[in-house]
Write a protein that binds this ligand. Structure first.
Ligand SMILES: [Zn+2]
Length: 536
């Protein structure tokens, strides 16, 4: 028997506990056939075998971002106006970009801007309805925050949706008003989700993209992720449109990232009616957990805490479900056989989720449920002990410290127990690597640098006790993420029998200065032994 591909002379970190390091491997029929040293695989080289001499470069399992929004959201950003702080520094710059897009769009059609960050704008505030009106009064406009927990609309959008100052916001949401009681255009949480396809209950105020557009966007974003060394993701806001986009893109051979769809709870009844549950699909795309929400975001100061936020003693963040609603939702998804992923940042929100998990598991015990808490940002010893006991996993932010650490002072001493990677590992709580892209960059090497250094953009070390070694951080981002989606038997390590998803790096993260890991370049990314990215 001869291999399809053999990689020799590599510094291979396999992320497997049996054999963490190797020098060579062979691939046959999409899978690793043999992993060892050069001498072990040379006999598998035949006349048709492709041989790659890694030249001593580092080879890792393909990275898996266990919680991001690549398929559902990233695929759409290609079709929208980029208003991120990298591109636009001021509100007039955002308005100008939206105006330019309006100039190329038929009147009455939506203009959508994405990823603005009010804290990084020169004005240090949200744009307003009237400012967006300067971009267009003939097009409805939605400008989405990078957090995806709030956004600003213009007057045309409000008019189209028949929303005025007397309209009651949906529960768990806010239409912000100024001191005169007029709408500012800022919509928070449920009042923001109303507009957004895939996030709204029922039909969104903005129509979803066509299947053709979605598939085109998905192929583009897959290539972007391959360039970063990513071969798998968990998409944390999938719906039936995402499923179809995956199928369309896959049929064209352009789905080059394996996708675990975490299905937004709004689609639960339809899935249940089809008798479909967690695990349905194939090695390239499948139905994962049901995704629901407990609270808001750290950046938006809407994470629900037991302690008050600095300036206001009564404000502790925003829960988006009552404990009763959470219990009911969790019980329904659990009984239907699904894995569950609940977005919960604050310790009060996490506790509410654990209460619901505990109750559901007591009523309907299930081994190996792998229920998850997404982000699971603010933890306590008590929370950690309960997670361990209940068998609950977490997908904590891997790069929050490096990308947004300068905004965390409001949380004071909490920092030592935020994104608590080391605490989770020490207690044997399963975790995966996750960025929440497009909230922040999806670059796994930036995430690994962040987990290893805990150093923020402004050079401060935040919560030094949570630092991981490079080996630990890489393992979290590969084997850890695979476990979170029940894929540990086929993904996450370089071992015989597993899918041959791997990445070759230009520099060695194990010996590079930790501060430079994030700048390491990917030399090549392989999916099932096939190159999906090669640096030219
Ligand atoms: Zn998310």
């Amino acid at each position: 028997m001869h291999a399809d591909l053999v990689v020799l002379n590599g510094k291979i970190f396999t992320a497997s506990s049996d054999r963490p390091w190797a020098g060579a491997f062979a691939v046959w029929n999409n899978r690793f056939l043999e992993v060892g040293e050069d001498a072990d695989v040379r006999s598998l080289i035949g006349p048709k075998t492709e041989v790659i001499d890694a030249g001593g470069k580092t080879v890792l399992p393909g990275f898996i971002d266990s919680h991001c929004h690549m398929a559902s959201v990233g695929s759409e950003h290609a079709l929208q106006v980029d208003c991120s702080s990298v591109k636009r520094k001021t509100i007039p710059q955002i308005v100008a970009a939206l105006k330019e897009a309006a100039g190329k769009t038929p009147e009455g059609s939506w203009i959508i801007g994405h990823s603005y960050d009010e804290t990084r704008l020169e004005e240090k505030r949200h744009p307003t309805k009237s400012e967006l009106d300067a971009a267009s009064t003939k097009h409805p406009i939605l400008l989405k925050s990078f957090t995806y927990h709030f956004g600003v609309v213009n007057s045309a959008a409000l008019k189209l949706a028949k929303i005025d100052k007397n309209t009651e916001a949906p529960s768990g949401g806010i239409f912000e008003k100024d001191s005169q009681g007029e709408l500012t255009g800022l919509c928070l949480e449920e009042a923001f989700f109303l507009w957004v396809p895939g996030f709204s209950k029922g039909d969104s105020l903005i129509p979803p993209y066509s299947e053709e557009e979605k598939a085109k966007g998905l192929a583009l974003i897959c290539r972007e992720f391959n360039r970063l060394g990513i071969t798998g993701i968990g998409d944390a806001s999938s719906d039936f449109h995402t499923l179809r986009a995956c199928q369309n893109t896959d049929q064209r051979g352009e789905l080059t990232v394996r996708i675990n769809m975490m299905i937004h709870e709004n689609n639960f009844e339809r899935l249940k009616a089809c008798r479909i549950m967690t695990g349905f699909g194939n090695e390239r795309y499948k139905i994962g957990s049901i995704k629901t929400f407990a609270d808001g975001a750290c950046a938006g100061r809407t994470a629900w805490l037991t302690t008050p936020y600095g300036e206001d003693p009564d404000y502790r963040g925003i829960p988006v479900k009552t404990p009763e609603e959470m219990e009911k939702a969790v019980a329904a998804y659990h009984e239907a056989g699904f894995q569950i992923s609940v977005h919960a940042n604050g310790d009060a929100a996490i506790t509410m989720v654990l209460d619901a998990y505990e109750k559901a598991l007591k009523q309907h015990p299930r081994k190996d449920h792998r229920h998850r808490i997404e982000h699971c940002t603010f933890v306590t010893e008590k929370i950690l002990a309960r997670m361990k006991k209940l068998g609950v996993a977490a997908a904590p932010f891997a790069n929050y410290v490096i990308t947004q650490g300068d905004k965390l002072d409001v949380y004071g001493d909490w920092i030592s127990m935020m994104f608590a990677h080391k605490s989770f590992l020490e207690r044997g709580i399963p975790i995966g690597g996750s960025t929440d892209f497009p909230v922040v960059t999806a670059n796994p090497l930036v995430s690994i640098q962040s987990m290893v250094t805990r150093k923020s953009v402004d050079g401060r070390v935040l919560g030094a006790g949570q630092k991981l070694t490079v080996e630990e951080a890489v393992t979290v981002y590969t084997r850890g993420s695979a476990w979170l989606s029940f894929d540990e038997k086929i993904k996450g390590t370089i071992e015989a029998g597993k899918l041959a998803d791997f990445v070759i790096l230009e520099q060695d993260p194990f010996t590079s200065p930790a501060e430079e890991i994030g700048s390491i370049e990917v030399a090549g990314t392989f999916l099932g032994g096939r190159p999906v990215y090669q640096r030219s």
